[in-house]
Design a protein around this ligand. Structure first.
Ligand code: HEC
Ligand code: HEC
Length: 326
């Protein structure tokens, strides 16, 4: 009997437990769930958000759009150690993907933005990103009568304001869910969706304990954790510590939040090197080794690293704007 298919039906859960006892098959209570499309979005608003996401007028000198750093066809990030903003200015932290954000506890590496709406103003005002402000942006966009009209249609009571611009961008980002990744197809009962080696990688991911932090629909994003649970990552890194390395401490001021970060979603991880907030890992293999060492206190042997990498590559799904597929 296929337990996974049984689990599709909630009533099957109890039955599955009865059948399996503690036999420990793969499928009982998987720590990762298939991604679900966002619900309740208004297509017209999403389309407005998409327009704005690609609009360079959201930056001081009309050169940088959100998509400049969050390249949707390349997995939602920029593949740079730090991002390049207006006038070639360099940022101080690695840009995460904007795909699959719906189940995150909060946004940014340190979780300082509680909602996607509240996040929008940050890149706009950041001097090394878009370096502008709402009055400047509105002054430019208000000259675009087609856009103003589209806002009046989409938001009849409000028209185009900082709040509606933020809502449109946020709803567009909510629509960026990658569906039908090989792992999700496997979780839904398609046994052929993962190869033996990929499945071995998934078991290793669970058995090593990666799932203690990387779990749920987004395989991360739903909790915070210290970088360096089992060792002093920042001391060993041999690079002076910067403000951003303090992580969530910068938000709460609590000593226990020093070096604490939102656990990143691994959903598009095959597409978003380099890795970690400081881009210290150039490859997925290097990131897996570092995670074993500093989060789990384990030296993961190369053959296991390879299988875990194979598994991580099964987490990328499909979205019409994400054209390149593995
Ligand atoms: C110059 C590059 C750049 C531009 C332009 C930019 N971003 Fe980002 N984005 C980043 C970086 C770097 C981070 C990580 C910042 C941090 O966590 O402190 C980030 C983080 C984010 C996140 C958080 C993702 C997560 O996992 O928490 C979202 C969402 C986001 N940006 C959306 C946008 C939107 C919307 C725009 C346009 C209004 C935009 N970005 C413009 C570089 C950029
Ligand atoms: C104790 C919680 C915890 C455990 C256990 C853990 N991770 Fe992580 N993982 C994190 C945190 C926190 C980060 C972000 C660290 C940073 O950027 O400084 C991260 C980052 C990553 C990244 C980089 C993602 C990106 O986009 O930059 C990968 C890949 C990763 N982990 C894989 C794994 C694997 C594989 C395992 C098991 C061998 C594992 N993790 C175990 C918390 C954890």
């Amino acid at each position: 009997m296929d337990i996974r298919r049984l689990l599709d039906n909630k009533k099957g859960v109890l039955l599955a437990f009865c059948l399996l006892g503690d036999a420990g098959a793969d499928s009982v209570m998987e720590p990762i769930q298939p991604l679900e499309p966002a619900t309740g979005l208004v297509p017209e608003i999403v389309a407005l958000g998409k327009r704005l996401f690609h609009d360079t007028r959201l930056s001081a000198d009309n050169t940088v759009s959100c998509a400049h750093c969050h390249k949707l066809d390349l997995g939602g990030s920029d593949n740079m150690p730090v991002s390049v903003g207006v006038k070639g200015r360099l940022g101080s932290i690695n840009a995460p993907t904007v795909y699959n954000l719906n189940t995150h506890v909060a946004y940014f590496w340190d979780g300082r933005a509680p909602t996607l709406e509240s996040l929008v103003e940050a890149p706009l005002r950041n001097p090394v990103e878009m370096d502008t402000d709402w009055p400047q942006v509105l002054a430019k966009l208000e000259k675009d009568s087609a856009l103003v009209e589209a806002f009046e249609h989409g938001f009849p009571d409000e028209g185009m304001t900082p709040a509606t611009i933020s809502r449109a961008l946020a709803d567009f980002m909510r629509s960026l869910v990658t569906l039908d990744a090989p792992l999700d197809r496997w979780l839904k009962g398609d046994e052929g969706a993962l190869s033996e080696a990929q499945l071995r990688g998934y078991r290793l991911f669970k058995n090593y304990g990666c799932i203690a932090c990387h779990q749920g629909q987004a395989v991360g994003g739903n909790m915070y954790a210290t970088m360096g649970v089992m060792g002093d990552y920042f001391k060993d890194r041999q690079r002076p510590e910067s403000i951003v390395d303090k992580g969530r401490f910068n938000v709460t001021g609590e000593q226990e939040d020093l070096h604490v970060f939102k656990v990143p979603s691994l959903r598009m991880v095959a597409w978003t090197p380099p890795y970690f907030h400081d881009a210290s890992a150039k490859t997925l293999k290097a990131a897996i080794v570092t995670m074993g060492r500093y989060q789990l206190g384990r030296e993961i042997p190369p053959s296991d690293v390879k299988d875990i990498e194979r598994f991580l590559r099964t987490l990328s799904g499909y979205h019409p704007l994400f054209r390149e597929r593995e």
